[in-house]
Write a new protein. Structure first.
Length: 421
């Protein structure tokens, strides 16, 4: 065993009994020292097993397996070929070079002025610009019937755009005027809002999908093991589609999409049938997979769960009546706002609230059916406004600054309190 590797092994062994995250320590150790891809894969699975361990006996068993894996990693170089070591050193060198730096991401899909008009003038999508990069998540938001699904069907090649230009710079080998759809679609995974039924057991479906993307033999086993463990589906692999709840159908549809190792993942309302914890789990998994250093994915996702999308999205595209009203990085939402926008939950009557906020700095008070939305001068800070509410005896159930939130994009056309819609 190399001296440096032995020292790292000893440090890891000590870390097992200390505070912190030993599962993440194991992954870091594997990334730094495991020549074999399978050992790095096993490290991820063991971290998941440790996180899921219920009780001291299960955790002790997980720690034993982790220690065994550390020993395998520490000795892996002794059986590796020179070519294996050279490839591993190249990968590690690349990782170290980019650690902590912004990496230029490949453009997977680019759309310029995209549009589509349904017959009879029922609806028209127009003027959509897109730049989907590997490692980035683009969230598409807007009310129902405003063009989100139409846009997604254009991006995945299920609907031919009538306006603008669509290209796939890092997917299309020809990169010419005509898109090579068979080649492009091979690298795109689409999970529609209405899930079609799948036939066979979930294991059969996932194995078959992986095999269609050249994952056979041991690689097929690894792919199934990894995705089923990651999405916590292992105990449901023998189930059939009609035996699953709506939430598990979505998770299997996502697993089927991810096992194909896509470079573009398109998710249309994936959180609709999930409970809150499942929503967070799916979004965390999608975020981790999208931003993978070795195999980053471009993700296009729509959802009505705005706070959750805000937490993971790099870019936001807001559609209103088929037109783009905002398109840019999440941090630019509200950048040029002329007013501050606050959301207030209170049981105070409308007249009382208007009287207590009767100051020039308050421009408008509207109601969205659940809470008040209040617009003020930009000079009114959230802390100062909340202090005024409390000073004037306004019972505050909750208070939120929407100025830099995507939610305020939905609030632009609410009528003032007292106005007729």
């Amino acid at each position: 065993m190399e001296q440096a590797l032995e020292a790292a092994w000893n440090r890891y062994q000590a870390a097992l009994s200390q505070a912190g995250d030993p599962g993440q320590n194991l992954i870091d150790f594997a990334n730094q020292h495991a020549v074999d891809d399978k050992l790095r894969h096993d490290a991820v699975l063991l971290q998941m097993a440790l996180n899921a361990a219920d009780g001291p006996e299960a955790r002790a068993a997980a720690f034993d397996r982790m220690a065994e894996l550390v020993d395998k990693i520490a000795h892996s170089r002794s059986t590796a070929t020179r070519a294996d070591i050279d490839e591993f050193d190249r990968r590690l060198s690349t990782f170290e070079h980019h650690r902590g730096k912004d990496v230029e991401r490949d453009v997977v899909c680019r759309g310029t002025g995209l549009g589509f008009a349904f017959p009879g003038g029922r609806f028209r999508l127009t003027g959509v610009d897109l730049c989907l990069r590997a490692g980035e998540i683009t969230g598409v938001i807007g009310e129902n019937g405003n063009g989100k699904t139409t846009l997604f069907r254009i991006v995945v090649g299920r609907l031919r755009h009538a306006e603008g230009r669509l290209e796939y710079p890092s997917l299309d080998p020809r990169a010419g005027e005509a898109i090579d759809w068979p080649a492009v679609k091979r690298d795109i995974a689409y999970v529609p809002q209405e899930l079609p039924p799948l036939y066979g057991t979930m294991e059969e479906i996932l194995r078959y999908t992986a095999s269609l993307h050249d994952q056979v033999g041991d690689e097929n086993d690894l792919a199934l093991d990894h995705i089923a463990t990651r999405l916590r589906l292992t105990e449901y692999l023998d189930r059939r589609w009609n035996q699953l709840s709506g939430g598990f159908k979505l998770r299997f549809a996502l697993a089927r999409a991810l096992i194909s190792r896509p470079r573009l993942l398109v998710l249309d309302e994936p959180l609709a049938n999930l409970d809150f914890l499942s929503q967070l789990t799916v979004l965390r998994d999608v975020s981790d997979l999208a931003r993978s250093f070795r195999n980053p994915i471009a993700v296009l996702i729509s959802s009505q769960h705005l706070h959750e999308i805000e937490a993971v999205a790099d870019n936001i595209l807001f559609l209103k009546r088929g037109q783009v009203t905002f398109n840019g990085p999440i941090e630019d939402v509200g950048e040029n706002a002329r007013e501050n926008v606050f959301e207030l939950g209170t049981d105070l009557a409308v007249d009382d609230l208007q009287e207590r906020l009767s100051i020039p700095e308050v421009h408008a008070i509207t109601h969205n059916g659940l809470s008040y939305v209040i617009r003020t001068d930009r000079s009114v800070t959230p802390a100062a406004f909340l202090a005024r509410l409390l000073e004037h005896g306004v019972p505050v159930e909750y208070f939120r600054d929407l100025t830099r939130s995507v939610k305020q994009l939905f609030e632009t056309e609410l009528p003032k309190v007292g106005e007729t819609v």
